[in-house]
Design a protein around this ligand. Structure first.
Ligand SMILES: Nc1ncnc2c1ncn2[C@@H]1O[C@H](COP(=O)(O)OP(=O)(O)OP(=O)(O)O)[C@@H](O)[C@H]1O
Length: 672
C-alpha cells in the first residue's frame, strides 16, 4: 500500500449542514397515545384506510355500488372458472324459484287445512301439497349445496389468480416506484387486506344475491296472493331494515376501533417475541416496561369490547322494538283485510309466512350489502394496484443488452429522487472500460450508490445518458440489462434456501448450478469455508425457520453474497460496501479476488467502499462530493494532489497508528 505523499491537508471534509441546537429532553415521556381516541394516534393508517367505510355510507351509496361490485366479482369468477360460475348463477336462481314455489305450495296446504269438513279428511287432502312443499324444500337444499360446491371451486381460483397477477406485477415494477413510501403502503395494503377480502367477498356476494332473490320471491308470492299485500310487506320490513342498517354501521365502526387497538397491542407482542430483540430486551431488562404497556392497552381493549357489546345489545333491542311496531301494524292491517273478506284465511296465513321470510331476507340483504360495500373497497384497491403496476413496469424493447461490454459511458448525468429538492447526481461524467476496476468513494450521501444503480439501469437519469457500447440504456430492454449486471450490496438478501441456491440465485434459478463455477466463485469470495462448516454443506438450508436450518453471521452472509455476485459472471459487477461486516482476512481475500481472481477478465468492476485501504489497488478512484465527481485518478495521483481523498485516506491510515502519531490538535493527520 503506498503512503500519502506531500504535506497533510489543512482540514478534513466534514458534514455539509450543521443541525439545529437540540433542547434538553423532558423528564417523562408517554410510551404511546395516552388519552382520547387511540385510533387518531396511529400513524400507519394506510393499513386501515377503508375500515369503517360502510359505517359512514348512506343506504343509497351502498345500494348504488352493489351492481358494479356484483358485476366485478362476476367477471373475476367468470375468468377464473366459467363452468362453476354458471352453475352457481343457475342454481342460485333455481333455488330462489324453489323457495317461492314452496311458499305458494304452503298456502295450498293451508287452504286444505282451513277448508270445511272433518280434520282427518282435511289432512288427507293436504298430503299431496305437503309432499310438494317437501319436494321443493329438498330440491332447494340440493341447489344450495350445488351453489356452495361451485363457490368452493371458484373462490380459491379467484384468489390464486389475483395473488399470482398481483405478485408477478408488483415484483417487476421499477425500482424507484418500489422505493416510494406511498407505493409501499399501497402494495402492503393490497397484499394484507385486498387479497384476504377478495376471497371472502365471493361468498358474501352469493349470500347477498340469495337474500335479494329471496326478497323478490317473497314479494312475487304476496303479489300473487293479493296485490294489497305488497305495501304491507314494506310496512313490516322497513323498520327491520332501518334497525339492520343501524346495527351494521355500529358493527363496522366498532371493528375499526378494535382493529386499531389490536394493531397497537401487536407492536408490543412482536417486540416481546422477536428473536432479534431478545438479547437487548433481556440485557436492558426492558420486558417489564413493555409488559406494563401491553397490559394498559389490553385493559383498554377489554373496556372497548364491553362498551361495544352493550352498545350492540341496545341497538338490537331498539331495532326489535321498532320492528315489533311495524309487525303489529302489519298484522292489524292483515286482520282487517281478512275481516273485510278481501283475503281468504289460508292466503292470510300464507302472507304471514311470506312476510316473515321477507324480513329474514331483508335483514340478510342489509348485512351483506354493507359487508360487500366495505370489502369491495379493498378489492378495488387491489385491482387499482395491479393497474398501476402495469404502468410502472420497466420498459421492454427489441434491443437487448450485449453479453460483452467494452465501454460504459456516463455523460452529464443528473438524477433527483422523487419528492427530493436536491439532486443526488448533478452532472456526472466518466467512462468505464472492459477489465477495469473502478472505486467510488466519498462522504455519506454523496451519490455513489445512486450512480451505481444508474450504471445498472435500475434508475434512469432525468438529464444526460448512460450508454453501454454507445447504446443508451433507455433504448434497451430493461430486464436484458439487469441480466448483465451483478450487484452485491452491504445488506444482501438472505434467501431462506440452501447455500447452493443462495449462490446461484442471481442467475434466475434456485435449483440449477454449474458446479465448477460455483466452486470458483465460493473460493474467491471465501464462502467455501462457510459452506464446508455447514452440516449438509451445499444443501444446508440457511434459515432457522426450517428443520436442520442454520443461522449465518453477518460476515458469513456477506461471503455468500459476494460468491453470488461472482458466480453470475456478468459484464458489470457492482460491489456496494460488500465487506463491511467481514473480518479483516476475509475482506482482504474478497478484494484480492475482485481485483485479481475474477471469473471473467473483461468484467467491469465498480467497488464502493469507505475503507480506503481496499481501493488503493483499483485502476481508478472516483471521489464523489454532493452529487458530482470532485476528483478522479489512481491512488498515487490522488494522494499527490492532496485533495479530499488524500485527507480521508490520511485520517483512516492515522487510525491504525498509535495516537501520539496523530496531530489531534488540528484535526488533521500527518502521513508517513
Ligand atoms: N431511495 C431514495 N429515495 C430518496 N432519496 C434517496 C434514496 N437513496 C438515496 N437518496 C438520497 O440521495 C443522496 C445520495 O445517496 P446515495 O445513497 O447515492 O449516497 P452514497 O454516497 O451511496 O451514501 P452512503 O455512503 O451513505 O452509502 C442522499 O442525499 C440520499 O439521502
Amino acid at each position: 500500500m503506498s503512503g500519502p505523499t506531500g504535506a497533510a491537508p489543512e482540514s478534513l471534509p466534514g458534514p455539509r449542514s450543521a443541525p439545529a441546537p437540540l433542547p434538553l429532553p423532558p423528564e417523562t415521556v408517554p410510551a404511546g397515545p395516552e388519552d382520547g381516541d387511540i385510533t387518531d394516534a396511529l400513524e400507519e393508517t394506510y393499513w386501515s384506510v377503508h375500515d369503517g367505510a360502510a359505517a359512514g355510507a348512506t343506504v343509497r351509496q351502498v345500494l348504488a355500488r352493489l351492481p358494479r361490485i356484483t358485476a366485478l366479482i362476476g367477471r373475476l369468477a367468470w375468468r377464473a372458472d366459467r363452468a362453476s360460475t354458471l352453475t352457481a348463477v343457475v342454481c342460485q336462481l333455481a333455488s330462489a324459484a324453489m323457495a317461492a314455489f314452496g311458499l305458494i305450495a304452503s298456502v295450498g296446504v293451508l287452504q286444505h287445512l282451513f277448508a270445511q269438513g272433518p280434520t282427518p279428511d282435511r289432512v288427507r287432502a293436504a298430503v299431496p301439497q305437503i309432499l310438494l312443499v317437501a319436494g321443493f324444500l329438498a330440491v332447494r337444499a340440493l341447489l344450495e349445496a350445488a351453489v356452495s360446491v361451485a363457490q368452493a371451486r371458484v373462490t380459491p381460483k379467484i384468489r390464486t389468480a389475483l395473488e399470482r397477477d398481483f405478485l408477478s406485477l408488483t415484483a417487476h415494477v421499477r425500482l424507484e416506484a418500489v422505493e416510494d413510501a406511498d407505493w409501499h403502503d399501497e402494495v402492503h395494503r393490497a397484499n394484507d387486506r385486498g387479497l384476504f377480502y377478495a376471497r371472502k367477498i365471493v361468498g358474501q356476494v352469493v349470500s347477498l344475491a340469495s337474500a335479494a332473490l329471496g326478497l323478490i320471491g317473497t314479494a312475487g308470492v304476496l303479489g300473487v296472493l293479493h296485490p294489497a299485500l305488497l305495501p304491507l310487506l314494506s310496512l313490516s320490513v322497513l323498520p327491520v331494515g332501518a334497525a339492520a342498517v343501524h346495527s351494521a354501521r355500529a358493527r363496522f365502526h366498532s371493528f375499526k376501533r378494535w382493529n386499531a387497538l389490536q394493531r397497537r397491542v401487536r407492536v408490543f407482542s412482536w417486540l416481546l417475541l422477536d428473536v432479534d430483540a431478545a438479547a437487548e430486551l433481556r440485557s436492558d431488562t426492558a420486558q417489564g416496561a413493555l409488559l406494563a404497556e401491553h397490559r394498559r392497552l389490553t385493559t383498554r381493549i377489554a373496556d372497548e369490547d364491553t362498551r361495544l357489546g352493550v352498545n350492540s345489545a341496545l341497538v338490537n333491542l331498539a331495532g326489535r322494538a321498532v320492528g315489533g311496531i311495524g309487525t303489529g301494524i302489519t298484522y292489524t292491517a292483515l286482520a282487517a283485510m281478512l275481516i273485510a273478506g278481501w283475503l281468504p284465511l289460508a292466503a292470510g296465513a300464507g302472507a304471514v309466512l311470506a312476510i316473515q321470510s321477507g324480513r329474514t331476507s331483508l335483514t340478510q340483504l342489509i348485512e351483506f350489502a354493507h359487508l360487500v360495500y366495505e370489502h369491495a373497497l379493498w378489492v378495488d384497491d387491489l385491482l387499482a394496484v395491479q393497474e398501476r403496476s402495469r404502468r410502472l413496469l420497466p420498459r421492454t424493447a427489441a434491443v437487448r443488452a450485449p453479453e460483452r461490454v467494452q465501454e460504459i459511458t456516463v455523460q452529464d448525468v443528473h438524477f433527483t429522487y422523487p419528492g427530493k429538492d436536491t439532486p443526488a447526481l448533478n452532472g456526472v461524467s466518466f467512462t468505464l472500460r472492459a477489465g477495469e476496476t473502478v472505486a467510488f468513494v466519498g462522504l455519506n450521501g454523496s451519490g455513489k450508490s445512486t450512480c451505481a444503480k444508474l450504471l445498472a439501469g435500475l434508475y434512469e437519469p432525468q438529464r444526460g445518458s448512460v450508454s453501454w457500447d454507445g447504446t443508451d440504456l433507455r433504448e434497451m430492454d430493461a430486464q436484458s440489462v439487469h441480466r448483465q449486471v451483478a450487484c452485491v450490496l452491504q445488506e444482501p438478501v438472505r434467501f431462506p434456501f440452501s447455500a447452493l441456491s443462495n449462490i446461484v440465485a442471481g442467475t434466475g434459478t434456485l435449483t440449477e448450478a454449474d458446479p465448477r463455477r460455483v466452486m470458483a466463485a465460493a473460493r474467491a469470495a471465501g464462502a467455501d469455508g462457510v459452506v464446508a462448516s455447514l452440516p449438509a454443506q451445499w444443501k444446508t438450508l440457511l434459515s432457522k425457520r426450517f428443520k436442520g436450518g442454520q443461522q449465518l453471521s453477518g460476515g458469513q452472509w456477506a461471503k455468500i453474497a459476494v460468491a453470488r455476485g461472482l458466480y453470475k459472471a456478468a459484464p458489470l459487477l457492482l460491489l456496494d460496501e460488500p465487506t463491511a461486516s467481514m473480518d479483516p482476512p476475509s475482506e482482504h481475500a474478497v478484494y484480492e479476488a475482485v481485483l485479481r481472481g475474477r471469473l471473467r477478465a473483461d468484467q467491469i468492476t465498480v467497488l464502493i467502499s469507505h475503507r480506503l485501504a481496499s481501493v488503493v489497488d483499483c485502476d481508478r478512484i472516483l471521489v464523489f462530493d454532493n452529487g458530482r465527481i470532485a476528483e478522479s485518478g489512481s491512488h498515487d495521483e490522488l494522494m499527490a494532489t492532496g485533495g479530499d481523498y488524500a485527507a480521508m485516506f490520511t485520517m483512516q491510515a492515522g487510525g491504525y497508528r498509535p495516537s501520539t502519531a496523530i496531530d489531534t490538535g488540528t484535526g488533521s493527520a500527518t502521513g508517513t
